[in-house]
Design a protein around this ligand. Structure first.
Ligand code: AHG
Ligand code: MN
Ligand code: MN
Length: 315
């Protein structure tokens, strides 16, 4: 008998409370996957004509995916607010402003892959509010380190649509089964291989990296002999790293002096999963999960993967 997303409810202290939210993520994933597959026929590819708070050209699909995700989080009744890559400020869900949980989300990760039909994803994490349920949720409710994250995961829109997540009891992968129209457990208790795999980085930036990262990478390549893969969508590069081992990194450089990836809805959820899968998740000088967030869209350098590869790189 296949195991479905209800499997979440049986996992540890937070499983029961997280299941409705993760089921909501699953509903959003199915809607976004359908949106992506038909986008070209709806004129939904290409830029939305506006910049997001990141100073990046929003894609129409970024905006549509954000709307779908917010709507499904609202429908759970358990989420009081959402911090989204595509929204400058925290979005309070007024009718449930007394609910316990906040979601941080990158509704569509790897958007530059969209017009070349490459893999993209959704990344999320869940935190419990610090403010009283009688108060209005505040941005400060989202500024919690990865050590306080209750659940995190991603959806990978690839040849199959996969939902990979953790509620603190290991990492589990669920694949959308079109025959039964539900997510079914396909990768139970994912653990990153201790060795092997690939290094994954945009080496075009090597000449601009700070902190001698170019020399460090050359030494790591010589010491490990790892092959290289780089998709340009964090979800796809991290999914491969989880399954095959190795390291994914986005260092700080002269242009992005804090790195490019966002702490709250890219680095922390992926770092949470990586540690749950027995890997290592570092930023500059400290674990990703120890970084104390100061702003919703704050960026950090990341080095995520097999502990041996991360240690060889960072010394
Ligand atoms: P997003 O599409 O949500 O802005 O994220 C893109 C990120 C991440 O997915 C990926 O790892 C990285 O940008 C790729 O950056 P480069 O194109 O600079 O390599
Ligand atoms: Mn992203
Ligand atoms: Mn995005």
């Amino acid at each position: 008998m296949p195991v479905t997303l209800n499997h979440i409810a049986k996992q540890g202290e937070h499983g029961p409370a997280m299941m409705p939210i993760i089921q909501g993520v699953g509903r959003a994933a199915v809607e976004i996957a359908a949106l992506l597959r038909g986008a070209v026929f709806r004129g939904a590819l290409g830029a939305a004509g506006a910049e997001n708070v990141q100073g990046e050209q929003q894609q129409k699909l970024d905006v549509l995916s954000d709307e779908i995700f917010l709507d499904e989080m609202r429908s759970t009744g358990d989420v009081c607010a959402v911090g989204s890559e595509e929204q400058e400020e925290l979005l309070v869900i007024e009718e449930y402003a007394n609910a316990d949980y906040l979601i941080l989300v990158d509704p569509l990760d790897g958007s530059s892959n969209l017009d070349v039909d490459g893999p993209v994803g959704t990344i999320f994490s869940v935190v419990k509010r610090k403010t009283a349920n009688t108060e209005t949720p505040l941005a400060s409710d989202t500024l919690q380190s990865g050590r306080d994250v209750i659940a995190a995961g991603y959806v990978l829109y690839g040849p199959a649509t996969m939902l990979v997540c953790s509620v603190g009891q290991g990492v589990h992968g669920y694949t959308w089964n079109p025959a039964s129209a539900r997510f079914e457990l396909s990768h139970a208790d994912m653990k990153i291989p201790a060795s092997g795999g690939y290094y994954s980085v945009n080496e075009a930036n090597a000449g601009k990296w700070l902190n001698q990262m170019g020399d460090r990478l050359q030494r790591m390549k010589a010491a490990t002999g790892l092959g290289m893969r780089y998709v340009g969508a964090m979800v796809a590069d991290m999914h491969r790293t989880l399954l095959k081992g190795g390291i994914f990194l986005y260092p700080a450089d002269e242009k992005n002096t804090n790195g490019k990836l966002r702490l709250l809805y890219e680095a922390i959820p992926m770092g949470f999963l990586m540690e749950q899968a027995g890997g290592k998740a570092m930023s500059d000088g400290q674990p990703v999960l120890d970084v104390q967030p100061e702003a919703l869209h704050q960026r950090v350098p990341v080095y995520l993967g097999s502990a041996s590869a991360v240690d060889t790189l960072l010394g």
